[in-house]
Design a protein around this ligand. Structure first.
Ligand SMILES: C[S@@+](CC[C@H](N)C(=O)[O-])C[C@H]1O[C@@H](n2cnc3c(N)ncnc32)[C@H](O)[C@@H]1O
Length: 243
């Protein structure tokens, strides 16, 4: 089991409720903060995920924790599936996403709906590929979410997960720690006006299983051929596994 980190330790609500409320509240500022705080590197990472997915030539893709639909949009453009379904707990994140999908003229391909990764409203063996970007760390029960995604994935299908990791090499580790613990929470708090969202981010990344540990959890949940690739000096990783 991974350690549970919640957005607000003094709040008695479940992690799921807190995460939904937090993303509802930061939704209007989420994209601008994401791209600014990552110096747009997040866009490069999502494109890498989409390229990996495109190699499997999927007809149907599920983007779990789709948020404001950035990954759903780039996957639709690069992998050319017949459909991408985006699912997320936060209706406000999805509302931002719906507008972006419409603006990108992708409404015929991308549909979004509110739903929980740990209880997916789809039948077994439905999707050719599943993607999750910066979502798994926010699940209340990581293993339940991973097992649900495996259930709705078709045999032979690929699950591709993008998530932050903590760098380990000197001096990237020290510089990144300073940025992640001090600069990012300050800018995040000022721009989003949310008191804990951008302290929850580094705390949740630090506590989350990284690299080989996450690969092991995927395998324990029933995935096969799980592997990872580090990105950008170890500040993120892409995990790929099959059913
Ligand atoms: C950091 S955002 C990532 C959004 C998007 N994938 C991206 O790349 O920008 C995390 C998203 O995960 C969603 N989320 C967290 N737990 C979830 C769950 N159990 N089921 C569905 N969505 C969830 C949140 O509502 C939020 O929109």
């Amino acid at each position: 089991m991974s350690t549970m980190v919640v957005p607000d330790k003094s709040n008695p609500d479940s992690k799921k409720v807190q995460v939904e409320n937090m993303f509802d509240s930061i939704a209007p500022k989420y994209d601008v903060l994401n791209h600014t705080l990552s110096l747009n590197i997040d866009k490069i990472w999502r494109r890498k995920v989409a390229r990996i997915v495109s190699k499997t030539k999927p007809d149907t893709v599920l983007d779990v924790a789709t948020g404001t639909c950035d990954l759903a949009i780039v996957t639709a453009r690069k992998a050319h599936p017949q459909s991408v379904c985006g699912i997320d707990l936060s209706e406000e994140m999805l509302n931002v996403g719906r507008q972006k999908v419409q603006k990108a003229s992708l409404s015929d391909i991308i549909t979004v709906q509110k739903g929980d990764a740990e209880n997916l409203p789809f039948g077994d063996n439905t999707f050719d590929a599943i993607t999750v970007a910066f979502g798994v760390r926010n699940f209340e029960n990581l293993e339940a979410g991973l097992r649900e995604m495996l259930r709705v994935l078709k045999p032979g299908g690929s699950c591709v997960v993008l998530e932050f990791t903590m760098p380990t090499a000197f001096p990237v580790k020290q510089l990144y720690n300073f940025y992640f613990r001090h600069i990012l929470p300050l800018i995040g708090r000022l721009v989003s006006s949310h008191k804990s969202a951008y302290t929850y981010l580094p705390e949740s990344v630090k506590a989350f299983p990284q690299r080989a540990d996450f690969v092991r959890i995927m395998e324990q949940c029933g995935y096969s051929n799980a592997r990872f690739r580090s990105l950008s000096l170890g500040i993120a990783a892409i995990y790929v596994a099959n059913k």
